[in-house]
Write a protein that binds this ligand. Sequence first.
Ligand code: ATP
Ligand code: MG
Length: 424
Amino acid sequence: MAKIQIPRGTQDIMPGTVELWHYVEAKARDLCRRYNYHEIRTPLFEHTELFQRGVGETTDIVEKEMYSVTNPRSSDELTLRPEGTAGVVRAYVEHKLYGSPNQPVKLYYLGPMFRHERPQAGRYRQFVQFGVEAIGSSDPAIDAEVIAVAIRLYQELGLTGLSVELNSVGTVEDRANHRTHLLAHLNGVRTQLCGDCQSRIDRNPLRVLDCKNEKCRSLTKDAPSILDYLSEESAAHFEAVQKYLTALNIPFTVNPRLVRGLDYYTLTAFEIKMAEIGAVETLCGGGRYNGLVAELGGEDMPGIGFALSIERLLLALEKQGIQLPITSGIDCYLVIQTPEAKDQAFILLDQLRQAGVSAEMDYLDRKMKAQLKAADRLAARYTAIIGETELANGTVVLKEMATGEQRELAASELVNALAASDKK
Ligand code: ATP
Ligand code: MG
C-alpha cells in the first residue's frame, strides 16, 4: 500500500520534542497566573461570519487564508479558527462577561489555529498560538502590561535582542482625518503599487503601509504618518503607554508604519521582532481593539491583546542556541533475571508508579545485558535487579547509575527508598 503523508504545512510533534512544548506552555501558563489572566477554551471552528466581521473582510486572513466548509445538511458556513481574538470576544459577549464583577476581564488562550498559507520556516497551516486579551479597560497601563506578558515570556526563556515596535493607529475619527491625506499620496503612486495594494487603496488604505513588497514600501516611504493625525486624547494615550513601558524597562521603537493586519485595531499596535530569525522576523503581534466587542454585538467595551505562535518562539530559541532545561529519563528500571522474578517485578513496578516514581521493566524477554542497555537508553537513574537469589531472599539490588553505588535492600523497602530519593 502507498504511504499516506502528513498534510503540507502541518507537523507531528514527536516525543523528544514535545517536552519543549510542555516547557514553554507551562511557562506561558505560569506567567498568566502571575499576571492574573485566566484560560478560556473556545471551539476550533466558528461561524464563518464571526471572522468576516471580527477579523475583517479586507484582511489577508479572511481574503485568502481561511479553511471554510459548508455543512450540506444545514447550509451552516463554518471556518476553522485562523486566530483567537474573535472567538474569545464572541464568548465574552455570549457569557455576558461585561457584567462580571472582576473587571477588566483578563483571559488567555493556548491552542491550534489554521491558515491556508504558503508553508515555510516559522509559517505553518496549523500552528499553536498563545494569546491574552484584557477587556474592559482603556487604561494605557494595561497596554503596557499586555506587552510585558509577551516580553517576559521571551525573556524568561532566555531570548535576547528582541525589539518591540510600537505605533498608534488612532481612533476611527483619527483615521478618517488621516485618510484624505494618505489617499492623496497613494493615488499619486497608484499605478506603481502591487495589485494587492491597488485594491487596498480603496478598501483599507492604511494597510498599504503594511505591504511586505519592497517596491511598495519605498513608494510609500513619505506617506503621511498617522501619528501626525492623532487627537489630543489618542496622543496622550500613546505617550502614556510609552511612559509605562519605559518604567518597566522594556525598550521599544516607534514605527509609524506598523499597521496590524486586522481591521478592528485602534490606538496601540505593536509587534515583537527578532533580527536573527530571518524571513519571518515577527514573533508576536497585538494591539487595542476598542471597536471589536460592539462589532460582535456586545456592549461597547475596550480591549487589548496579543498573539504569538509557539512555533516561532521555538524557532527563535533554536536560532539563539538556547537549550531549555528539560529533564528526561525515568527513575527506575527493574531488571529481571528469571520468569518468577518477573511476576514479582510486575507488582513492584505498579507500586512504584502509584508512589509517584517513574518506572519501567522489560516486556520483550530480553537477556539481562540487553535489559541494562534498555535502562541506559531510557536514562534510568536507578536499576533494581531481581534475580533468583534476591527473589529467594525477598530483596532487590538497587544501583544508582550515576555513581555505580549498589546496595541490597528488602523488596518491600524499594518503593520507600525510591519515593524518598525522588524528593531529594
Ligand atoms: P505574518 O505577517 O507573519 O503573516 P500575521 O500578521 O499574519 O503574521 P498575526 O495574525 O498577528 O500574524 O498572528 C500573531 C503571531 O502568530 C505572529 O506574530 C506569528 O508569531 C504567529 N503566526 C502567524 N501566522 C503564523 C503561521 N502561519 N505559522 C506560525 N506562526 C504564525
Ligand atoms: Mg499572516
